[in-house]
Write a protein that binds this ligand. Structure first.
Ligand SMILES: *Cc1c(COP(=O)(O)O)cnc(C)c1O
Length: 411
């Protein structure tokens, strides 16, 4: 057991109501009526805390945001329409033309193409590094560096960053650190390690059943005294710090991203996401122990497996030291060629072939011919995409059934 007990109580008690409808209510309204003109004025200037318009916030979504913020130890959260919505909200609310991003490890395909293809069209440059290139990262930081971005586990290369060391570099340089922690705070809590913003695709293990697309960004409080956001590097948000104090990052992201780009969560999705959260700690516990077992048994059967829990893996010492509570639902196998990989996928009776991860079902997909088919040879090499690579996301099935099915499929 991975000791996720604290989360069980937190989730179950914070979601749902003690009076009336037990299940959280879905507020299916895009707009909200104001009782009089003075109230409308107060809602718009922030002195009255009532819903304004669902693009800016919805009561069902607000409940999800409160639970997500508590789960991470943040001062607040903003739920979004997708995980990419959360990545876009957290980055675009801070960036201007001429700024630079340092991106470490990973990287999820959508984030990689945002940084490498889309943001350059707006004059924003990204420097990409592997998780261990800490000296090169330090040397790359300059006055235009606004964001250091990393994923808590490389998807699909399974490489593990030392988030504490990266946070220390960010803190010394006065640069913001954003961590994509889709593997959830059950395994690692980036805000405690010194990150400033944490983002999630809640579509994955948090929902757990492919019923709702969603994302979330969780923010830390602005400190009373010294704070990197109070330096000239982040001068655009000083007006929010002056007006809103500790919750300035949320106010900035709401105005500069949610209002202007509109990546808002729907109330129905927020509801579905909360249903997933109620059982997250139990599902995570089960899946983390299954992933380790499946990885070990497949390796014993002679399959080339990439998972940091394996003694043979070059990330194993980091796994033991920094990720003792697991690193999510993924492992990858390399079948050597595309043909052998296709054979494996077509023979497996258990895996569902889909682009998703973190589901209650075991999922699998050939990487080079799907998510990464747009990318050139160098990009694939950087991201660790080989011709025979299959990404597998372990689900809640009996782990022995998964092992038996995969060994048969690989034969
Ligand atoms: C899936 C995923 C995303 C994007 O999330 P969507 O909900 O699909 O937009 C971002 N980061 C990671 C690590 C992911 O796995």
């Amino acid at each position: 057991m991975n000791n996720f007990e604290e989360y069980c109580t937190q989730f179950v008690q914070n979601i749902g109501n003690k009076e009336g409808a037990v299940s959280p209510e879905i507020t299916a309204s895009a707009s909200f009526a104001y009782v009089d003109a003075q109230t409308a004025e107060g809602i718009f200037n922030g002195s009255i805390k009532k819903p304004l318009y669902s693009r800016m916030g919805n009561p069902t979504t607000a409940k999800l945001e409160a639970v997500m913020a508590e789960m991470d130890g943040g001062i607040g959260a903003i739920a979004t329409s997708s995980g990419m919505g959360a990545v876009t909200l957290s980055t675009m609310s801070l960036l201007s033309s001429g700024d630079e991003i340092i991106s470490i490890g990973g990287l999820f395909g959508g984030t990689y193409s945002l940084f490498s293809e889309t943001l350059p069209r707006f004059g924003i440059t990204t420097h990409f590094f592997d998780v261990d290139e800490l000296d090169a990262i330090k040397k790359t930081i300059n006055d235009n560096t606004k964001i250091i971005f990393c994923e808590s586990v490389g998807n699909p290369n399974m490489r593990l960053p030392d988030i504490k060391k990266i946070a220390d570099i960010a803190s010394d340089a006065g640069v913001v650190l954003i961590v994509d922690n889709t593997i959830t705070p059950m395994s690692i809590k980036p805000l405690e390690l010194g990150a400033d913003i944490v983002v999630y695709s809640t579509t994955k293990i948090i929902s757990g059943n492919a019923s709702a697309l969603g994302g979330c960004a969780v923010f830390r409080a602005i400190n009373d005294e010294d704070d990197k956001f109070k330096t000239q590097r982040y001068k655009d948000i000083h007006k929010f710090i002056n007006k809103m104090g500790t919750i300035a990052l949320i106010a900035n992201a709401k105005k500069r991203a949610l209002r202007d780009f509109g990546m808002s969560a729907s109330a129905h999705s927020s509801y579905q996401t909360m249903l997933g959260l109620e059982t997250l700690a139990l599902r995570m516990d089960r899946i983390i122990s299954s992933v380790e077992r499946v990885a070990m048994e497949l390796e014993k059967a002679g399959i080339k497996v990439n998972h940091p829990s394996l003694e043979s893996n070059n990330q194993n010492s980091k796994y033991k030291e920094l990720f003792s509570k697991g690193c999510g639902t993924l492992l990858t196998i390399d079948m050597g060629t595309k043909e052998k990989a296709f054979n494996f996928l077509n023979k497996s009776k258990l895996a569902t072939l889909t682009a998703n991860i973190g589901d209650n079902r075991t999922l699998a997909l050939h990487m080079a011919s799907t998510i990464y088919s747009d990318f050139n040879k160098e990009q694939k090499e950087f991201l660790g995409i080989t011709e025979g690579l299959i990404r597998i996301s372990i689900g809640l099935e009996n782990p022995q059934d998964i092992i038996d099915d995969f060994i048969k499929a690989a034969a």
